[in-house]
Design a protein around this ligand. Structure first.
Ligand SMILES: Cc1ncc(COP(=O)(O)O)c(C=O)c1O
Length: 381
């Protein structure tokens, strides 16, 4: 039988299903106790004061920008090397996304290029903790304080991460998380933001419910919000997964380390862990010759191995090209990484045998064939 290794395999167990079912049977489906219980547990896990459950990371970013008062005329700096959701919410506020290129070694926003992109209209920076590697929050916070900017963390990949002992939300204005099906804990879709300021958290809760608040026996609309609610059965299955989040992280760490050892020996470039970091091990990517990337993926697929790409840069998406006139060459490092990336399977239920098979097939495609062509591209990273 042909080997088949899925790119994704969410770690949902029987207890998670039972937790969701109990809520469904209770009839208390939205904005009830399970939402509050998850928010309390999630904030505690992060060491943050408050967490607000939403229906996506995208909308958590939008809520963060709204509570921060981002409006038309404002500019927000972010990375082109991410999913479109890191930038789209800026446009939903009527503001302008300003992309800055990334570091070649990590794919994270390049702090050395950020300062020259700051104008008197810049109000915020959205940092993406790419693949589970946190950005250098201490340095970014220093820069933000100097220019009176706020930092919003796109921590969709980074629930379990820390750098210099700092977790997401510790220094930023808010940190936003995703519970989309590919993420480290999932409810199919879903998200949250973590915030330390109680007034801001309260405002985010009002805005996620159309701007409406219960006052006594009535509901009053206090601001223009949107419908960004998740359900209590999603909250229940997330809280159930949160209980074993570190156990799942540990298995992904083992798998990452096995990949890392093999790729280091073979001279294959991959995303590294920065010093003083607890990586969330959300993704492992290898960077290969862009000319052969799609061929390698096709060959892996033919061998039963599903892979993905994270990310083809946002500025080259048709919508962004048309709206802003972006072209190839505008952010060369993000483009180079985007064109050479292959994201490999990395989830707790991946067995060592399956992983060995992935490594074997990949090394045959990259190393042996590269060597035979005397191609030194890979080692140029
Ligand atoms: C870095 C990053 N930011 C934001 C998002 C959007 O998350 P959601 O699907 O929860 O809106 C994703 C999801 O893929 C992501 O990978």
């Amino acid at each position: 039988m042909l080997t088949e290794i899925q790119f994704l395999n969410p770690s949902i167990n029987e207890e998670d299903c039972q937790a969701a079912l109990r809520v469904m049977r209770s009839g208390w489906l939205v904005l009830q106790q399970e939402t509050e219980k998850f928010e309390t547990a999630f904030a505690k896990y992060l060491g943050a004061k408050h967490a607000v459950l939403t229906n996506s990371c995208t909308n958590s970013l939008h809520l963060s920008l709204m509570v921060a008062g981002i409006s038309p005329e404002d500019e927000v700096i972010t990375t082109p090397l991410s999913y479109v959701s890191s930038a789209n919410p800026i446009l939903h506020c009527g503001a302008k996304p300003v992309f800055v290129d990334v570091e070649l070694e990590t794919g994270l926003l390049d702090i050395n290029q950020v300062e020259s992109a700051i104008t008197d209209r810049t109000k915020a920076i959205i940092l993406v903790h790419l693949y589970g590697q946190m950005a250098d929050m201490k340095s970014f916070q220093k820069l933000a304080a100097k220019h009176n900017l706020i930092i919003i963390e796109d921590a969709a990949h980074a629930i379990e991460a820390a750098r210099d002992g700092i977790q997401p939300a510790a220094l930023g204005f808010s940190a936003c998380f995703s519970f989309h099906v590919a993420k480290n804990i999932t409810a199919g879709t879903g998200g949250a933001l973590a915030i330390n300021d109680s007034t801001v958290a309260e405002r985010a809760k009002i805005l996620r419910r159309d701007g409406v608040k219960n006052i006594g026996d009535t509901r009053r609309m206090l601001a223009l919000g949107n419908k960004y609610l998740a359900t209590d059965f999603q909250a229940a299955m997330l809280r159930s997964q949160l209980e074993r989040i570190d156990q799942m992280w540990q298995r992904r760490q083992e798998l990452y380390n096995r990949y890392a050892q093999a790729f280091s020996e073979l001279g294959i470039a991959f995303n590294q862990v920065a010093p003083n970091s607890r990586h969330a091990y959300h993704m492992i990517v290898v960077w290969v010759d862009p000319v052969r990337r799609d061929f390698i993926r096709k060959m892996l697929f033919a061998q039963g191995i599903q892979t993905s790409i994270h990310y083809e840069p946002i500025h080259l998406e048709p919508f962004y090209r048309e709206k802003f006139g972006f072209q190839k060459g505008d952010f060369p490092v993000a483009e180079r990484l985007g064109a050479s990336t292959i994201t490999l399977p990395l989830y707790p239920s991946l067995s060592n045998e399956q992983q060995d098979y992935v490594i074997r097939q990949l090394s045959q495609l990259i190393v042996l064939q590269e060597r035979s062509r005397e191609n030194v591209w890979v080692s140029s990273f």
